[in-house]
Design a protein around this ligand. Structure first.
Ligand code: PGA
Length: 245
């Protein structure tokens, strides 16, 4: 399967910059042997989707509510993301787990809502620095996978060690190989053969300079990129480092 190179723009860019960034990425996307995705703030989704219409770059949301509609001030429903042009949605990012108290159970409900609305979810998992120091990384990620993914699961996983997000501290290739092999094993244990086909993205300080080595690690199905996805050239350089699928 082709690798997925996904940009998580988080709470960055004003509208004009977001559209320009999307156009810059689209302009350099020809011939890239990976699936490309950008996830702007929901407020810019429609404009970014319009700028990318008919091209190779897909658009996704960064979160959605677990219900289809209703009295949830300030929230965004999965069908609204779909309606605005999204085909993917990131769920359970550590910034949502930590800053918004999202639990595995809530993320599972959101994942169901996303799939129901026709979106492909990217469910994020990953341990804190303390958990890694305590040797609990596989236990924590195992619980997150068991709790956050509905059965059956159609989507991707992003392994993002929290200590590597936005810190410039990338996990070593050995760490990534070990964690991705563990996640693959868990997916196959839970979903049988279907678990082999689930893409497992790596995220956490991925940049052009380290992308080729990270993307070559077995069981790495792509990358989820924060900071380095905000520059078209850097994002495209990462995408060009993808392994042909
Ligand atoms: P980063 O963020 O690339 O800036 O470390 C990754 C993410 O949070 O998805």
């Amino acid at each position: 399967m082709r690798q997925l190179i996904a940009g998580n723009w988080k709470m960055n860019c004003l509208l004009q910059d977001a559209v320009a960034l999307a156009q810059g990425i689209a302009a350099g996307a020809d011939g890239i042997a990976a699936d490309l995705l950008v996830c702007p703030t929901a407020l810019h989704l429609a404009a970014v989707a319009q700028a990318l219409q008919g091209g190779a770059v897909a658009v996704g949301g960064q979160d959605c509510h677990q219900e289809k509609q209703g009295a949830h001030t300030g929230d965004i429903a999965a069908p609204m993301l779909r309606d605005a042009g999204a085909s993917w949605v990131i769920l359970g990012h550590s910034e949502r787990r930590q800053n918004h108290g999202e639990t595995d159970e809530l993320i599972r409900e959101k994942t169901l809502a996303a799939v129901d609305a026709g979106l492909t979810p990217i469910v994020c998992v990953g341990e804190t620095a303390d958990q890694r120091q305590g040797g609990q990384e596989t236990e924590v990620v195992g619980w997150q996978i068991a709790g956050s993914l509905p059965k059956p699961f159609t989507g991707a996983i992003a392994y993002e060690p929290i200590w590597a997000i936005g810190t410039g501290k990338t996990a070593t290739e050995q760490d990534v190989a070990m964690m991705h092999a563990f996640i693959r094993e868990e997916l196959v244990r839970q979903f049988g053969d279907a678990g082999h086909a689930i893409r497992i993205l790596y995220g956490g300080s991925v940049r052009a300079a380290n992308a080729a080595s990270l993307l070559a690690v077995p069981n790495v199905g792509g990358a989820l990129i924060g900071g380095a996805s905000l520059k078209a050239d850097e994002f495209l350089a990462i995408a060009r480092a993808a392994q042909p699928g």
